[in-house]
Design a protein around this ligand. Sequence first.
Ligand code: SAM
Ligand code: SF4
Length: 444
Amino acid sequence: MTLEGGVRRYLIETWGCQMNQHDSEKMAGILGGLGYEVARDAREADLILLNTCSVREKAESKVFGRLGELRRLKDTRPDLIIGVVGCVAQQAGESIFRRAPYVDLVMGPRNLARIGALIEEARREGRSIGLARDDEPIVFPAGTTARASGPRAYVTVMEGCNKSCTYCIVPFTRGREVFRAPEAILGEVRDLPARGHCEIEFLGQNVNAYHHGEHDLASLLHMADRVPGVRRLRFTTSHPGHLKQRIMDAMRDVPTVCNHLHLPAQSGSDRVLMSMNRGYTRARYISRIEYLRKAVPGIAFSTDLIVGFPGETDDDFQATLSLLREVEYDQIYAFAYSRRPGTVAALLDESPGDEVRRERLQTLLSAQETIQRRHNEALLGRSFEVLVDGQGRLDNGLMKGRTRCNRIVHFPGPSRRGDFVDVRIIRANAHSLIGELFVARGAA
Ligand code: SAM
Ligand code: SF4
């Protein structure tokens, strides 16, 4: 039975990284193909999927908090199907049914192509579970993605991760690396400009480890650059250990590749990097940044940093602060270390403790704020090509768009989503840039 007029409606709530966001788009595509429509809210939905993240404990506990809220809905509507999918599902498996018996479906990220069958099984049998074993081939659902509107489109080039960073749960939840064939990737890319997507972002946990036959990420970028209608190319997330010369050269030489790189450092201390099993030193990391700064005009860098890794001393933390100041990142994502059961780091000592972690995080964020403010103020008066995303989220009537170097700029219209415009920066603070329209360039 459905809520309204025979149409089944779904709601997907997504936590975590771009890979999770894109997985939700893929599931939405599959559900659309099965005749489902999007629900406006949970009350209107016949199917609610929580697409979860288990990278940090906090993200994981939020899922169970949300499930507690949904329970009330399920009590009033037993036909409602509630699914936990994504990394928490793969990690916690059947135990989710014990903790939240009203959950109908549990599915890991590598089983995504089976979502339709698992929903049917849950309706029929009252419960279904789809968890991947490492020896199972992963199926990339093709041609069914329901992408968020806007000029940017994510395209998966690889799944999984073969690294073993000692703090990280991802290799357990997303499995070993699997690479998509270049023909499949380019087939998807060719389809996107006609659907209003002229900025393509290649996705993978270790996107720059991509290889398939004779192809690597550099050759993918060269090939995608030649696809008519593609105006900008990005890729994430890169591992510093796989940032080969060919990829850096592609960043310099391929016209559509944007001048921004997200390059997670995690720590500025060689001792901690070793204990994290990251496979590079601070000096090697900085050599890549220095090379790209010279090779790619105006390049912006962002990074991920973890503070309070087990055994991190004050000197180690100072080394991370000094890395931040040396590189002068344009943006950082900083996290207090979170212990993940099953990882190697979970067996290490508990020092420096959560209070020190919180303090270090604050110190790092305020150092970054100073850098960002200075960077942004230096942009006053300069103009940038901005690709318009649409209305900004703030209720101030401003449009929002991104520069090639991935800076978000707000500015007054007139312009439409998908337009390229020139915007001159007229106001800057640490976290935002306001501009004015300089020259309208017209639609993509
Ligand atoms: N594959 C990417 C890489 O190698 O950098 C990122 C994957 S992870 C989803 C995103 C970020 O979460 C990591 O770069 C790291 O900074 C952070 N992270 C992962 N595990 C963590 C943990 N146990 N505690 C705190 N932060 C963590
Ligand atoms: Fe996690 Fe390291 Fe793999 Fe990134 S490279 S997903 S941090 S194990």
